[in-house]
Ligand binder design. Sequence first.
Ligand code: C2E
Ligand code: CA
Ligand code: CA
Length: 532
Amino acid sequence: MSEREEADRAEGVYGRDALAYFNLTNFKQYNATYGAEGGDDFLRKIATVLRHTFPDAPLARMSSDIFMALVPAGDAQSRIEEAVQEVNGLLEGENTYLHAGIRYFSPQERVPVSMACEQAKAACDSIKKERSRAYCIFSEHLRQELEIRSYVISHIDEAVENGYIEIYYQPVVRTLTGKLAGMEALARWRDPVYGFLRPDQFIPVLEEERLIDKLDRYVIRECGRQLRRQIDAHRPIVPISFNVSRMDFQLMDVLSEIEAVVRENELPRDYLRIEITETAMVQDSDKILKMIDRFRGNGYSVWLDDFGSGYSSLNVLKDYHFDELKIDMEFLRAFNDTSRKIITSVVMMAKAIGIHTLAEGVETREQVRFLRSIGCEKIQGYHYGRPMPYDELLVHCQERHLRAETREEARIYEKAGLFNVIMASPVALFLDDGRNLYMAYENDAYRKVMKGVGISGRRAVNWIIHSLDDARKERLRAYADRVTRNRPCKVSETFLLDGRRLRVRAKTLAGLPGFHIHMAEIVDLTRDADSL
Ligand code: C2E
Ligand code: CA
Ligand code: CA
């Protein structure tokens, strides 16, 4: 080896070589199934395949399931693909698979070995979730990502201190009333060097590097301050929900942090809601189970975020107590018959076990109509507004006539929200302020019955109620009061409408003095008599 070559080898890699980095995804799972010995055996098999594919290349096992090789650049891709496929052929039916990352070098390039290894690794990691891909080549795009990654890690403190982190708020709307029922706090990073960074550019990095508590502490504090500003300005208030990462539970005492914010800002605890993603439950499940109980025991409501995106959704529901389910937006992406059926049964199931429902990622009027029809209680998505700074959101709500619901309203609707409206019998929901009745919801079966009587749609029903003569109005009022008094029992009454006899059975679902929500079933007795 010449002096020059020797120097090059010492300070970096260059020439006609390519660096290949091999990593097994889910090797832990393989070990759990086949034991440490089975795992060791499998690693030996990988070594044999690699040695056989690259007989002359420097080849090493770097750590548990990671191998690296310096291979000739010429046919690197096809040979790496061959090797990966051969190994994956041995893993059929397993959830474990091999991937490779390739780092090519141009002849003039000088790169420190450690950096080249990191880059090959980054290429490999970028396809971690794509089982069908054998390899990925390190590219300019990945270089930028790596650069941002290390920037994020070294600048998170500065970003928090200097206010580069901003909190955006996205409106959450009550389906039954169309009123603003809450908002979700979402972090944004506006950087003086890199400009606008998306959450997926910094949140996973902070989680992996165990720095996410720095961000989440700040977000919780900001939410508290924002709520205090609202209270001081005597503006209407809706609860704010914020995201807690699995890693947060290891890095900080989340409950103490929230309690401190509540204390410092003198907030009622139900102004803050905690969102935990389904994937958080996979590890440390005992610890998280205890934490959730502690949150709830202290008066905080805990929401299960991204429901349906993970592998263990139903188990999570069985084992943990959540107050609300956020149905993952992926279900709405493919808005077809199957996804509608799945969402419908998720909502029914949630109500059956006493959990509230919210659908995320709602973008169209059609989706809103569908979610309303199945009794999904809340909606969040671009249809009602993107995440935006708080003051912008206030203007946005004003322009869109999104009025904030009061705490009393919220309490009543939450109670009524657990009522299942997906049923074969005709059911409608009426709002009652002690003077007027307003039909807020009807299910399909109810609509059909009313259509049979020549009345189509809620608007028509409400118009009829509004234009009743005094005697009929009084009778209806007396009936509604009887229903309220007899809560929780059902009260029947027969009404004559255009010569048809309609029997109504109603009960009060929830209420406070002066405001109630009634559920009413209806039967067209005329039709029954006709058809006999
Ligand atoms: P997430 O908690 O599921 O938040 C909802 C994401 O969906 C947000 O993305 C929001 O902007 C987006 N979204 C809302 N409505 C729609 C819609 O109609 N259509 C589409 N296509 N997207 C919609 P964002 O803000 O980019 O946040 C991504 C994820 O980053 C969040 O997912 C959350 O898991 C995480 N995240 C955001 N802020 C924080 C934070 O402060 N702390 C922690 N730990 N995680 C955060
Ligand atoms: Ca969330
Ligand atoms: Ca979500």
